[in-house]
Each structure stands twice: as structure tokens, then as C-alpha cells.
Design a protein around this ligand. Structure first.
Ligand code: 0X9
Ligand code: ZN
Length: 440
């Protein structure tokens, strides 16, 4: 396919890359050269928002697996259509007039996002959290944080490699108090195109690092808790969104006898894998892979998670729809710890809302649609718990901003407000899950 767009973003000044703390976020005075490239066109593509009332479960599941279902919440789904024939198909599945056009011209929406990307990255005054960053820059940022806060952080440069050989780093952050700490797990960027996920994880790490021994809540927390952050569950997919296709979701491992690439890592975990709500078609955006944990990225996460047991709480950070999702994803029956999970889910919803007034919804994952083999079900599930009597991790999925206006093309100016509203939610989660442990 012809190369449609190449944006070479060049920093204006190349001065020291020292971290400068300003307010509650780090500022980089310069940005290295970076290349953003898109080899696909979204010409003719639209996003439809369809009310799901009265739509059969099987039809919804078919759409989730056969189309790019970009979001699903509160009685509607956002579906990306590539041709007018697809618009007709979607309109036939839903009730008359159930669908309206949310994004009429995906190519135009993407170009708007790309103008914002260039502007934010070429502005020499822009601070770190006022622009999106590449895989290499983010890895460098975590390394800088570890250098700057050696007493409270530990960088593990690689917990394993992705299919294409990229490192998957992990950062541990905890206070200097002696004694055993309780572990909490955050993982980011499992879905490549959800850029706000990786940015928010950095924002939280940055806040904790800069506020230890400054803010008593953070100090007390980190003297009890060790947070483990995996910035990239899907490094190859993330790179691909910068080099080829901004809306790529899956990883980048090839599929046998098929030209379609990639597995949806959030359908690849060994928890009720392949039991519905995922696709066996390698061309689907919800392709489950050839087996449970068939993907290197999934296995790396599994191994490192188990190595760090007991883990009291886990969050898999996604976008978009503004949701706090608790177990189960795989079953309609209530999870054993429903009351406790609901309590912290609701608490995070309220904490996030209190910051900027934006509403989040707290609900079981399955209220969206059935998903099997998801990361957060695995965190909460049998395999991740070391055995009967052992600590069982709370398993959450958080869907960040927005509710569809920009979707995955969220402007960089929303990184800071998004981060600010997740700080109290993340603090609540770390406190609550370690103070109210679940057992398997
Ligand atoms: O479908 C997904 O993987 C998640 N939504 S997204 O739009 N970010 O792709 C939601 C998963 C919710 N289900 C479970 N966590 N089980
Ligand atoms: Zn996602």
C-alpha cells in the first residue's frame, strides 16, 4: 500500500535530558527526533454508535469479533466500518434508527490527531506529559526515573522479550521502610492503539516517586506497598502504531497459513481461554491465538506475575469508555468477592469523578460483553493464585478517557487531567487491596 503520510517530527533544541520536576509532573526540556508514519488510509471509514437495546447477544458477539468494536458501554457500541456495505450490514443487525454516526470521517479525525501530535512534539516548551512518546522514549523515561530515585525504585530492564525481540521492562517502586511489602501490579499498553494507557501509567509512577517523603499519604502507602508497573505488555503493537497503523490493537506475531497478523493479548490468557467472547479467526481484532498463553508477551507477564506473588491487586489499563471493570469477564455469575470488588470499583469511580467532574462507571466486565482469556480475569483467576489458601489478586480493567468524542485519538492535552484524575483512584486501589486481601 502506498505510503500516505509521513510526519517527521524533529525537536527544536537538543539540550540536556535531565528531569526537571514541575508541580506534580516531570518536564523534559527537549524531545529527541522521532518519526511517525502511517501506511494505511482511513478514507471512507466511519464510527457508528448503535444502541444495543433488544439486540440479540449472538449478534453483538458476532459484531465484536467480526468488526472493530472500539467501545461498548451503557447500552451502546461504537463500531468502525470500512465500507458503505459494512454500514448497511451494521444497520441491519440493530433495530431501525439504532445507529448514528459518531465519527463521520475517520481519515479527517486521524489527520486532526496527527496535527496535534506534531504540534505537541515540536513545541519546545512542551513538558513530558503534554505529548505522547515512542517506545524508546518511554523506556528511557523509566530508566531516568530509576536513576533519579534509586532508593525507592528498581528497574528490571527486561522481564522477557516480545515476539519481535523488544524488551518488556518493569519498574518496582516502594518506600525505604524495612519489612515485607505487599505487591500491587499495574500493566499498561496491552492494546497498542490505547496510547493514554502508557501515558497514565507514567503519570502515576511519576507522582509516587516525586511525592514519597513529601506527601504523607504516599509515604505511608509506599512504606507498606510495592507497586510493580509493566509499561508495555505489547511493545511490538505499540511500535507499529507509530510506524504503520495508528489503530492497530493486537500484537505483531504472524499467523500460520494466513496473511493476517497478530493476536489480541487480552484474549490470550489462560483463564477460560477460548470459551467465548473471542475469535478463532486470525484476521479478527479479538483473535485468541493458537492456545492459552501462545504469545511470548503473555508468557512473560505470567511468569513475572507468578514470580512476584503474593500480589494483592492488579489493574490492566485500557481506553476508552471511562469504566472501572471488575470480575468476571468470562461468566455472568457473580464472582466470589463481588462485594469487595464492587466496593473498590465504586470508590475509584467516585475518586476519579471528584477531580474534574468526569463520570466513570463501575460495573462487572461481563456487563459489557463476555470476554474469555482476558488479563484481568487471569489475575483474579486460578492459575495466578498460587494455590488454595493463598492471596488472590483483585483483578481490574480500567478504561480511561474519553467516551467517544476523540476515542483513541485523544489529544495530548488530556494526558495531565487524565493522570490527575487517576491518582486518587490508584491510591485508593493500592490501599484498599492491600488492607482487604482476598484469598483463593
Ligand atoms: O475488549 C477488551 O479487551 C476491553 N475493552 S477494549 O476496548 N480496551 O478493548 C475490555 C475487556 C473487559 N473484559 C475483561 N476485562 N474481562
Ligand atoms: Zn483495550
Amino acid at each position: 500500500m502506498a505510503i500516505l503520510k509521513t510526519l517527521v517530527v524533529v525537536a527544536l533544541a537538543a539540550s540536556a535530558s535531565a528531569l526537571v520536576v514541575k508541580q506534580d509532573h516531570v518536564s523534559h526540556v527537549s524531545l529527541p527526533n522521532v518519526k511517525y508514519n502511517r501506511t494505511v488510509s482511513y478514507q471512507g471509514q466511519q464510527v457508528l454508535r448503535c444502541q444495543t437495546d433488544g439486540t440479540a447477544e449472538v449478534d453483538l458477539e458476532r459484531i465484536a469479533n467480526d468488526f472493530d468494536m472500539m467501545a461498548n458501554s451503557g447500552g451502546f457500541v461504537d463500531v468502525r466500518t470500512k465500507t458503505s456495505a459494512e454500514v448497511d450490514t451494521i444497520n441491519k443487525v440493530f433495530a431501525a434508527n439504532a445507529c448514528t454516526v459518531l465519527i463521520p470521517d475517520m481519515e479527517a479525525a486521524m489527520q486532526e490527531f496527527e496535527r496535534d501530535l506534531v504540534n505537541s512534539r515540536t513545541n519546545s516548551q512542551a513538558e513530558w506529559f503534554e505529548a505522547y512518546h515512542t517506545y524508546d522514549e518511554i523506556v528511557g523515561w523509566y530508566s531516568d526515573i530509576a536513576d533519579e530515585f534509586p532508593l525507592i525504585t528498581k528497574l528490571v530492564p527486561s522481564i522477557g522479550r516480545s515476539f519481535n525481540g523488544l524488551d518488556m521492562p518493569a519498574l518496582h517502586i516502594t518506600g525505604t521502610a524495612t519489612g515485607a511489602k505487599k505487591n500491587v501490579w499495574f500493566q499498561c499498553q496491552i492494546h497498542a492503539r490505547e496510547w493514554i494507557s502508557g501515558a497514565t501509567c507514567m503519570y502515576i509512577v511519576n507522582y509516587l516517586a516525586n511525592n514519597y517523603n513529601v506527601d504523607s499519604r504516599v509515604t505511608t502507602l509506599l512504606n507498606e506497598v510495592e507497586l510493580i508497573v509493566v509499561p508495555f505488555v505489547n511493545p511490538d503493537g505499540y511500535e507499529y502504531t507509530w510506524s504503520n497503523e495508528r489503530l492497530w490493537r493486537k500484537n505483531r506475531s504472524p499467523n500460520a497459513d494466513n496473511s493476517c497478523v497478530g493476536t489480541d493479548l487480552n484474549r490470550n490468557y489462560n483463564d477460560h481461554w477460548g470459551e467465548g467472547g473471542s475469535s478463532s479467526n486470525p484476521c479478527s481484532d479479538t483473535y485468541m491465538g493458537t492456545g492459552a498463553a501462545s504469545e511470548a508477551e503473555t508468557r512473560n507477564i505470567n511468569e513475572y506475575f507468578l514470580l512476584n506473588q503474593p500480589i494483592y491487586g492488579s489493574i490492566d489499563w485500557h481506553a476508552y469508555s471511562q469504566l472501572m471493570l471488575r470480575p468476571y469477564g468470562w461468566s455472568r455469575s457473580a464472582a466470589p468477592d463481588e462485594a469487595m470488588s464492587k466496593e473498590i470499583g465504586d470508590k475509584m469511580r467516585d475518586a476519579a469523578r471528584a477531580v474534574n467532574g468526569l463520570s466513570y462507571t463501575s460495573q462487572p466486565s461481563v456487563d459489557l460483553y463476555i470476554t474469555t482469556g482476558s488479563a484481568s480475569d487471569w489475575f483474579y483467576g486460578e492459575e495466578a493464585s498460587a494455590g488454595r489458601g493463598s492471596v488472590r489478586s483483585y483483578g481490574f480493567t480500567i478504561e480511561l478517557r474519553d467516551t467517544g468524542r476523540f476515542g483513541f485519538q485523544l489529544p495530548a492535552s488530556e494526558i495531565i487531567p487524565q493522570g490527575q484524575e487517576m491518582i486518587p483512584a490508584a491510591l485508593d486501589f493500592m490501599e484498599f487491596t492491600t488492607q482487604n486481601p482476598l484469598y483463593y
